[in-house]
Design a protein around this ligand. Structure first.
Ligand code: T46
Length: 138
C-alpha cells in the first residue's frame, strides 16, 4: 500500500511465477478489503480517447491494467494526482467521492476493474461542478 496522504493507493497482487509464466491473484481478505460483486474491463480504446470523468457516491473499485498501460487521474475535490498503470501485478484502489479520468490508453490496454456493487447509474456524479459542491465540506 502507498503513502497515506496520497490519493494513489495501490495493492500488489500475489504473483506466482513458474516456467509457464505469471499468475496473479487478487483475493478478498488477502488483498481486497471489500467483496467483489462486479467485474468489467475496458479494451480497444482508440488512440487519444479518454474515459471516466465522474465520481461514485458509494462504490469502491480496484483497477488493474492486465495488459498494456493507461494513466489514471484521481481528484478528491482538493487535489489531483495521476498514476501510470502499466503492471499487471499492481492494482489501484479507487474509493468513494473520487473523481477519476482515464487517459493515454496504449493500443493493447485491457483495464480490468473489480467493484463492490452492481452497476447503478444513480450512483454516478458525472458533473464536475456538482462533484466539487458535494465534496466541498467533506
Ligand atoms: C469507473 C471507470 C473506472 C454498464 O451498463 N454496466 C457497467 O458495469 C458499467 C461499468 C458501465 N455500463 C454502461 C454505462 C454506460 O452506458 O456502459 C456505458 C459506458 O460506461 P461509462 O461511460 O461510465 O464508462 P467509463 O469508462 O467512463 O467508466 C467506467 C465505469 O463506468 C466507472 O464506474 O469508475 O470505468
Amino acid at each position: 500500500m502507498s503513502d497515506e496522504d496520497s490519493l494513489i493507493k495501490t495493492i500488489d497482487a500475489s504473483r506466482i511465477t513458474d516456467s509457464r509464466g505469471d499468475l496473479f491473484v487478487l483475493e478478498e481478505g488477502e488483498h481486497l478489503s471489500f467483496p467483489i460483486r462486479r467485474a468489467y474491463y475496458i479494451a480497444n480504446t482508440p488512440q487519444g480517447v479518454s474515459r471516466g470523468f465522474h465520481a461514485h457516491k458509494n462504490l469502491s473499485q480496484l483497477a488493474v491494467c492486465v495488459s498494456g498501460s493507461c494513466r489514471i487521474v484521481l481528484d478528491n475535490g482538493r487535489k489531483r494526482e495521476d498514476v501510470l498503470l502499466d503492471d499487471p501485478g499492481r492494482a489501484l484502489l479507487i474509493g468513494k467521492y473520487i473523481w477519476r479520468e482515464m487517459h493515454d490508453f496504449s493500443p493493447d490496454c485491457v483495464l480490468l476493474v473489480l467493484a463492490d456493487a452492481p452497476y447503478d447509474e444513480a450512483d454516478y456524479i458525472r458533473d464536475y461542478e456538482i462533484f466539487l459542491k458535494e465534496t466541498a465540506h467533506g
